[in-house]
Design a protein around this ligand. Structure first.
Ligand SMILES: Nc1ncnc2c1ncn2[C@@H]1O[C@H](COP(=O)(O)OP(=O)(O)O)[C@@H](O)[C@H]1O
Ligand SMILES: [Mg+2]
Length: 164
């Protein structure tokens, strides 16, 4: 089962991310898939806001993994934000140890995580973002299969954006 959603502006995608933060479960790795400019970083900024992260969240392309402290809500004390675009799929991605770092008290958002499917651990959520009809429309497909996240709760949290 997947959840499909639509946003109509960058702020709308941030708002969706903020709402998604309310149903994130500690230990979850979220793979963010979609081309350059799809909105992976915008979504990450919304999630960060929803977890009470202070300070700027930017594309971590050159740092590979950025670690942000949250305000500790919902048992999530850290947000890991990674970008595998320059890392690729091999041992270097494995070295980032995202699956190990996420443990019990963090959530990881991994831009271009679909490039390294083997190294992110078994319990993943995938969010695929693609361009919609209008210039600022984005279509999001959320796949929660195999993760600890609740489908009904997530659908309810994202009700403002969910499409049939
Ligand atoms: N609905 C939307 N959601 C997200 N970004 C949008 C949307 N509409 C337009 N944009 C623009 O698309 C770009 C998305 O950038 P970014 O989040 O950095 O993408 P990515 O991290 O996927 O490369 C921004 O310039 C943003 O203003
Ligand atoms: Mg980005």
């Amino acid at each position: 089962m997947t959840i499909q959603a639509r946003t109509t502006s960058v702020d709308d995608t941030r708002a969706l991310g903020k709402a998604l933060a309310d149903v994130l479960v500690p230990g979850t790795v979220v793979v963010l898939a979609g081309g350059l400019g799809a909105g992976k970083t915008a979504l990450s900024q919304g999630v960060a806001a929803g977890l009470g992260v202070e300070g700027r969240v930017t594309s971590p392309t050159f740092t590979m993994v950025a670690t942000h402290d949250t305000d500790g809500r919902r048992g999530i004390s850290q947000l890991l934000h990674a970008d595998l675009y320059r890392v690729g799929s091999g041992a270097e991605a494995d070295d980032l140890a995202i699956a190990e770092m996420v443990e019990d008290a963090a959530v990881a958002l991994v831009e271009w995580g679909d490039m390294a499917p083997g190294v992110l651990g078994p319990t993943q959520v995938t969010c695929t973002i693609s361009l919609g009809e209008g210039e600022d429309d984005r279509l999001l497909v959320l796949d929660l299969d195999g993760s600890s996240m609740d489908e009904a709760a997530t659908t309810a949290a994202l009700a403002a954006w969910v499409t049939p």
